[in-house]
Design a protein around this ligand. Structure first.
Ligand SMILES: CC(C)[C@@](O)(CC(=O)O)C(=O)O
Length: 278
């Protein structure tokens, strides 16, 4: 429950089953994914990212089977800009009550393609995803190590191509809260069509700042936080969902739809699934 002053809803996007699973030596089974997804759905998580078929073949069937079971949360699958990956996620989402394709494009300093090639890739992959699905997220992989001019152009292009959510990840966990919120503020100010999407953040915990960075971004306009149970995720992990949600529940203006009484059950379930596998 939230009180009357808490008027701004923050969407919670859980990626335990996708980014979290990447951290495991022994992958999750489909039964485990379904069990956790049912808890996340019951808990009130807005979106559940279940897998990345482009990197792990079994994830396609897992997205399909979780989509058959979950009735409230949006089910999400990750794809690169490759058309076959986008098609695989789209077909896996067929049984979903609500489905979302999350398309990512590398735009950081490591990416060795030109700016115009990046923009073309975004345009074609997001439009393709949008032909399959009304709900499309575009993630700017390595956004915190990219030139802000390119980031702003890329975000504008993704929105024009049909993305309804834009995620700004700190993929390698390099940013501080001031740097990260400044980057989000730049995007909010400089992208002309930014109001027609939900801005999301996806932070990694390499500097133990994933939760702080995510929360700092709210005050400059971010409205979705991507996080995971127990902070499970590659390297140091993602932002811990329970910490994000507890912090927001004590905030004067923001609220989430999470029922905190489920946090302990979810955390214990993930600890049990990952025991000996980290
Ligand atoms: C897809 C994207 C949000 C990503 O999760 C990609 C990834 O690390 O797999 C990131 O952290 O940049």
């Amino acid at each position: 429950m939230h009180d009357a002053s808490q008027t701004i809803k923050i969407t919670i996007f859980d990626t335990t089953l996708r980014d979290g699973e990447l951290a495991l030596k022994r992958k999750l089974t489909v039964e485990q994914k379904i069990r956790l997804a049912m808890i996340l759905d019951e808990m009130g998580v807005d979106a559940i990212e279940v897998g990345y078929p482009g990197a792990c073949h079994k994830d396609r069937d897992e997205i399909f089977m979780v989509s058959q079971q979950v009735k409230h949360s949006t089910i999400c699958g990750l794809a690169s800009s490759q058309p076959d990956e986008i098609a695989a996620v789209a077909s896996a989402l067929k049984p979903a009550v609500r489905g979302r394709i999350n398309v990512f494009t590398p735009i950081g300093i490591q990416s060795n393609i030109t700016a115009s090639e990046v923009l073309e890739t975004i345009q074609s992959s997001v439009s393709l995803a949008r032909n399959y699905c009304q709900d499309v997220e575009w993630s700017a992989f390595d956004a915190t190590r990219c030139h802000p001019d390119l980031l702003c152009k890329a975000v504008e292009t993704a929105i024009k191509s049909g993305a309804t959510t834009i995620a700004i990840p700190d993929s390698l966990g390099v940013a501080s809260p001031i740097e990260f919120s400044h980057l989000i503020e730049t995007v909010m100010h400089r992208v002309p069509n930014i109001d027609s999407c939900t801005l999301a953040v996806h932070c990694h915990d390499d500097r133990f700042l994933a939760v702080d960075n995510s929360l700092a971004a709210l005050d400059v306009g971010a409205r979705q936080i991507e996080c995971s149970i127990n902070g499970l995720g590659v390297r140091a992990g993602n932002a811990d969902l329970a910490k994000v949600v507890e912090a927001i529940s004590n905030h004067s203006t923001y609220y989430t739809s999470i029922d905190c009484s489920w946090l302990k059950v979810a955390s214990e379930m993930v600890s049990q699934f990952t025991a000996g596998s980290l």
